[in-house]
Design a binder for this molecule. Sequence first.
Ligand SMILES: [Zn+2]
Length: 400
Amino acid sequence: MFDGVLYRQKFGAAMGSPVSPIMANLYLEDLEAKAIATAPIEAKPKLWKRYVDDILDVLKQDQVKTMNDHLNQIDKTESIKFTYEPEDKGKIPFLDVLIIRKEDGSVKLCIYRKSTHTDQYLKFQSHHPIQHKLGVVRTLMDRCQRIVTEEEDRKEEEKHIRAALKCCGYPEWSFNTVKKQLQKGPNKNKQEKPKEEKCKGSVLLPYVQGVSECIHRILLKFKIASAFKPMNTLRQTLVHPKDKREIGDNSEIVYQIPCKTCDKSYIGETGRKFKVRMKEHQDEANEASTKHFTRAQRKASESTQNESAIMEHIATKNHTISWEKSKILAREPHITRRWIRESIHITLVTRKLLLCIRKSASLSSFALFCSKWPSFPASYSGVLNECTLFGLFQSLIRYL
Ligand SMILES: [Zn+2]
């Protein structure tokens, strides 16, 4: 959807879709198999290595053009163009590896960076878990150790990494910590494994400096592993490639419908379009406003948990619903997660004493959250008793 017009893709795979790389890879795999099988005998490659769209190919110098022309006529859709880059002064890059031909004819490997590479990595001051920052150091150091073949180049590369990361604010201790971890190597992982197995489950939570570290320690006591993900990134704030939809056209949402007369509001979730669900609520409401309860009937219905809470509210209290002020609180395609978010919003409203009509006590919404999450009681029963997760659950409300 762009500028109010809905476009349909006619050819190729959608950018950013999770199936696209798989499809592209399958297509290219088929294409390369055909290409190699039908290549002219004198142009058959000695070596053929491909990663997605990057190919490393060893063949005779005078056959390069023949092979390239051959490759270009394999794809019948003519949408894939092969280009080539011959070795330059005994050097050729492939992915992030620079292959260098030595004087004696053997090859050595170095790290390859494009001339436009800026050496910008996650800044140390960024609001990210420390593990993520150490991960940057570890990835670069580990890549250097795995790829670079000669000791001298390795030292040079390490110098480069240190200089680049120091520019991004990384302190000396981060290098030393990672170096120690890498020296321990696979042994450390082996020791860690049984520890992980003991964990009952794992949770992914938003990262908030200072709070997350405490939550991590608390959860560990209950043998729950936790991972943290940064919130409010610049990308989330700035990048909105698609047009905003009309509020009623949104589906898979948690929504809120407030009452005009009092400060209560209704919170619900739906997988369908908001306008469809809203219409149902409005029809119910119209029906309810025509009903009149006696005092005894009103009392009786207040004590039961009625499914259509809006209708109940109108019928018993004779209040008006503020349809135009209804809004979407969250979008979540995954149904269990949507239930959880619904429960969290109900709790949030309850805590503010705006009081949700359907579920009144915060603990009951937490119970609802647990009951809708089938694997929950088994893996977190220990925590439930301690009410620790309930506290956590409440602390998370702020970030939704
Ligand atoms: Zn009301």
